[in-house]
Design a protein around this ligand. Structure first.
Ligand SMILES: *[C@@H]1O[C@H](CO)[C@@H](O)[C@H](O)[C@H]1NC(C)=O
Ligand SMILES: *[C@@H]1O[C@H](CO)[C@@H](O)[C@H](O)[C@H]1NC(C)=O
Length: 235
């Protein structure tokens, strides 16, 4: 992937999935994850495949307006696997670049950005406490400005498992699977971002985000065999 030399860890893959999406309306006000039903445990997790989208909503307007170079933002709940290898779930924030034209989207990269949120508090999850992602000239703004699609997962999961590398690796892998599944999702009601072709993706994370990124690079051999072409450099 050209232009991603800044990455401490790069993962390249070609993927395609299909899924059925349960659309949910945005909340009347922005609630912290501990109080927001959107973040609650989806039913029958074991019946869904890792990376499958379980809920999706247009992110609160404050999210889109806070990110430079962002035209639209979505929150996605997807199936993942916790550090004990039990079915679990996580939330990611999907950000679309300003130049994005759903009708004629040209192939573009997807950047999965793992924020170093380093907290055991679910309310510090980046989908809610996103201020550290919105710096003008920061990695997310620059990636969006280049026309890339960005996804920033709450990789610590629903119990904010700070330091749980396997949890973070699984949630990082599955957030990419979830976004790529939008490539083949069927049209219907509700906010379903119509993502154009994505030929490549990379993951990037610094500090605490690097832990999840590094585990995402090492886990595919057992967890995501379709990602066997992953390439990673040490953080
Ligand atoms: C988006 O793409 C469609 C199909 O190519 C085109 O008709 C439309 O004018 C484009 N919209 C913008 C804003 O460029
Ligand atoms: C928007 O993207 C461009 C191109 O990547 C970048 O140079 C610029 O700094 C970004 N804007 C902000 C406010 O970060």
């Amino acid at each position: 992937m050209r232009g991603l030399i800044l990455s401490t860890t790069c993962l390249l893959v070609f993927l395609s999935h299909s899924c059925h999406i349960l659309a949910q309306p945005p909340p009347p006000s922005v609630l912290p994850p501990a109080q927001d039903p959107f973040y609650s445990a989806p039913p029958q997790l074991e019946k869904h495949a890792p990376g499958e989208i379980l809920r999706i909503r247009t992110a609160p307007a404050i999210v889109t307006s806070s990110f430079p170079n962002c035209s639209a933002a979505y929150h996605i709940v997807y199936r993942t696997t916790d550090a004990q290898f039990r079915p679990s779930w996580a939330v990611t924030t999907l950000l679309l670049p300003p130049s994005y034209n759903r009708s004629s989207a040209s192939p573009r990269p997807l950047l999965s950005y793992q924020l170093a949120y380093n907290s055991p508090d679910i309310d510090a999850s980046p989908s809610y406490d996103f201020s550290a992602l919105t710096a003008p000239g920061g990695a997310v703004a620059v990636a969006l400005g280049r026309g890339w699609i960005v996804s920033a997962p709450d990789f610590e999961g629903p119990t904010a498992s700070f330091g749980a590398g396997i949890q973070g690796g699984h949630a990082t892998i599955d957030n990419v699977r979830a976004v790529l599944s939008l490539l083949s999702s069927k049209p219907g009601s509700g906010p379903k971002p119509k993502i154009g072709p994505i030929t490549k993706y990379a993951t990037y994370g610094y500090s605490g985000g690097c832990v999840a990124t590094e585990f995402a690079a090492e886990l595919p051999v057992q967890y995501a065999p379709e990602m066997s072409r992953l390439y990673a450099r040490p953080c």
